[in-house]
Design a protein around this ligand. Structure first.
Ligand SMILES: C[S@@+](CC[C@H](N)C(=O)[O-])C[C@H]1O[C@@H](n2cnc3c(N)ncnc32)[C@H](O)[C@@H]1O
Length: 264
């Protein structure tokens, strides 16, 4: 009798790369299928669900701001979590198909006019939770993409910290690499705890991590803003923001517009 031997262990680095890519594509497809069958618009919905399971960031009746909300997967999950008396406001450069129970705006979160519309629709003085899955436009140049991503995150903090209630929570996506430690160091004084979390649903994207900032402790004084201090800390480095050698580039199909003029 003949034995059929199936080769499953890759011999070379190239083969291993192909196997890894195959596994990643399959995992991504599996999350996508699961999202479709559960009625979520994006597999990213499972990332928020896994963040919630582990870190319990959103409660019933909370008011939530969802930054970079298109196509609406996180908003769908947030609406379920806050319940009928909660509130979900989202904003994105791209228009979303409406999510029942959420108010999803179109605009650039770094622009004052969009920020004003967010404030108008929040309609309370403070919010309980900020969830930000914001992703920059992928130019393919990793150092630029990662730097833009961190600056966007810093700007979201600057907009949202003043309206985040005492004890509130803030979750944001980060692309790992150069500048992350500086950013975390600047955010730390604003929260009691800060943890990095990698949900199962995003483990095929090795550069993506979520920063879970819990229990807002508002920082007073003139130097509370993250963006100016972040820019300064990067200027002090030789060559500014550089990519880490060991981080794989992020791949995304999302489109992002950056404003061309500096923020006031
Ligand atoms: C990964 S997607 C968000 C997916 C979303 N969490 C979901 O579950 O459906 C990232 C989003 O960030 C948005 N984005 C990027 N820059 C932005 C900006 N300056 N203002 C608002 N949204 C932005 C992009 O348009 C994109 O839709």
């Amino acid at each position: 009798m003949h034995e059929v031997i199936i080769k499953i262990i890759p011999d070379s680095i190239e083969e291993r790369g192909l196997v890894d890519r195959w596994v990643q594509d399959h995992q991504r497809d599996a999350w996508r299928k699961q999202a479709k069958s559960s009625g979520y618009r994006a597999r990213s919905a499972f990332k928020l669900k896994q963040i919630q399971d582990r870190h319990k960031i959103i409660k019933v009746d909370d008011s939530v701001l969802d930054v970079g909300c298109h196509p609406g997967g996180w908003s769908q999950v947030a609406v379920e979590l806050v319940g009928e008396n909660g509130k979900v406001v989202g904003i994105d450069l791209q228009a979303c198909v409406p999510v029942e129970g959420a108010n999803l705006l179109v605009g650039d979160i770094t622009e004052k006019s969009s920020q004003d519309r967010v404030l108008d629709s929040i309609d309370t003085e403070v919010i309980d939770v900020v969830i930000s899955d914001i992703s920059p436009n992928i130019t393919g140049k990793w150092d630029i993409d990662q730097a833009v991503s961190l600056m966007l995150v810093a700007e979201v903090f600057d907009f949202a910290l003043p309206i985040l209630k005492y004890g509130g929570h803030f979750v944001t996506k980060l692309f790992q690499g150069s500048g992350v430690e500086e950013l975390i160091a600047l955010v730390k004084p604003h929260f009691q705890t800060i943890k990095r979390f990698s949900p199962m649903a995003s483990r095929n994207s090795s550069s993506e991590v979520y920063l879970i900032c819990k229990f807002h402790t508002p920082k007073r004084g003139p130097d509370w803003m993250i963006t100016p201090a972040f820019e300064k800390s990067l200027e002090h480095r030789e060559g500014g923001l550089k990519p880490a050698d060991d981080i794989e580039p992020a791949k995304s199909t999302f489109t992002v517009r950056r404003k061309s003029t500096p923020k006031e």
